[in-house]
Design a binder for this molecule. Structure first.
Ligand SMILES: Cc1ncc(COP(=O)(O)O)c(C=O)c1O
Length: 302
């Protein structure tokens, strides 16, 4: 496997940073998560919304006084090159990061310390179940005015990890976090969608959650391709208990139906009909089977 680090392509084992980096000591950095999907064409891999992911990474970096050290086009090319050099012909996950590589003491953010790292790994399902049982976490989502969730900062994932640990310890597969105000924010690494009376709902990114690319994709697919009604608005915790359908989504999680919340079965349980349609359509889109959505996929090979 090959990793890109500041313009060089090296074997994973040689892609090292100092134990003194501010990225390690203080969590100073931000990252992205991108998927490539094996397509119906033998050996081909299609990267989903590559430019959008790189643009978000660049914006995240600038929000944190870091900087994508190369042009966005160059970062896109490096991502494709990492996949190629790692000989990936299967479903793949790519992790680009912009970190503070400074080894000085004290947490200080400076554009000139920015380092770009890109690695990949084979990844099929991130959540390996048809539908999952989730809880509402006792941990609140870090407020956007404390650490901007919008920037996908590395350090904020301590919040996600605490919520996941609590969920696992209590026998759940995932956690939904509320904002300090008590409204639904997001899962540990996923956005939340709810269906009530045939209408889809999801909280806006002003509810301390990431500006999600899968979420935006699903809104467009639901409204434009499948003709569903969608409303963006805050969601109360107790609405989760009376939803007809619920699902989580994200680059890793794709579309993951929720079977129960806090041990209350959602609708009929399992996978609801609207969720099933969206999930199937999303899967066709990412594998390049939907002609009018092919602008969202970038071929890696050939
Ligand atoms: C906290 C958080 N929320 C939501 C998501 C889903 O966002 P996206 O669809 O852009 O991957 C992720 C994953 O990247 C995440 O880490």
């Amino acid at each position: 496997m090959v990793t890109y680090i500041d313009g060089r392509y090296v074997e994973d084992a040689d892609a090292t940073v100092s134990v003194r980096t501010r990225a390690l000591n203080y969590g100073l950095g931000c990252f992205g998560g991108i998927r490539g999907y094996a397509s119906d064409e033998a050996g081909q891999v299609l990267v989903f919304r590559l430019e959008d992911h790189v643009r978000r990474l660049a914006r995240s970096a600038s929000m944190l006084f870091l900087k994508l050290p190369v042009a966005e086009r160059e970062a896109c090319d490096a991502i494709l090159e990492v996949i190629r050099r790692s000989q990936m012909h299967q479903d793949v996950y790519v992790r680009p990061m912009v970190i503070s590589a400074s080894t000085e003491l004290s947490p200080v953010l400076r554009e000139q310390d920015s380092s770009l790292i890109i690695y990949s790994l084979p990844l099929q399902r991130y959540i390996d179940k048809e539908s999952i049982n989730v809880c509402v976490s006792s941990w609140r989502r870090t407020s956007d005015n404390s650490i901007p969730a919008r920037a996908k900062p590395t350090g904020i994932y301590l919040n996600s990890a605490l919520a996941r640990r609590e969920a696992f310890d209590n026998g759940f597969e995932e956690a939904i976090l509320l904002t300090e105000r008590g409204y639904v924010s997001e899962g540990s690494a996923e956005h939340v969608f709810m269906v009530r009376d045939g209408v889809l709902f999801s909280p806006p990114s002003t509810e301390d959650n990431l500006d999600g690319i899968t979420r935006r994709t699903l809104i467009e697919l639901a409204t434009k391709d499948l003709g569903f009604e969608f409303v963006e608005r805050p969601i109360a915790r107790t609405e989760l208990y009376v939803a007809d359908e619920l699902f989580l989504c994200g680059t890793g999680a794709e579309v993951t139906p929720v079977n129960s919340v806090d041990r209350r079965t959602v609708g009929e349980g399992g996978v609801g009909p609207i969720t099933a349609r969206l999930k199937a359509h999303f899967s066709d889109v990412v594998r390049g089977r939907v002609e009018h959505r092919r602008q969202w996929v970038t071929p890696v090979w050939g």
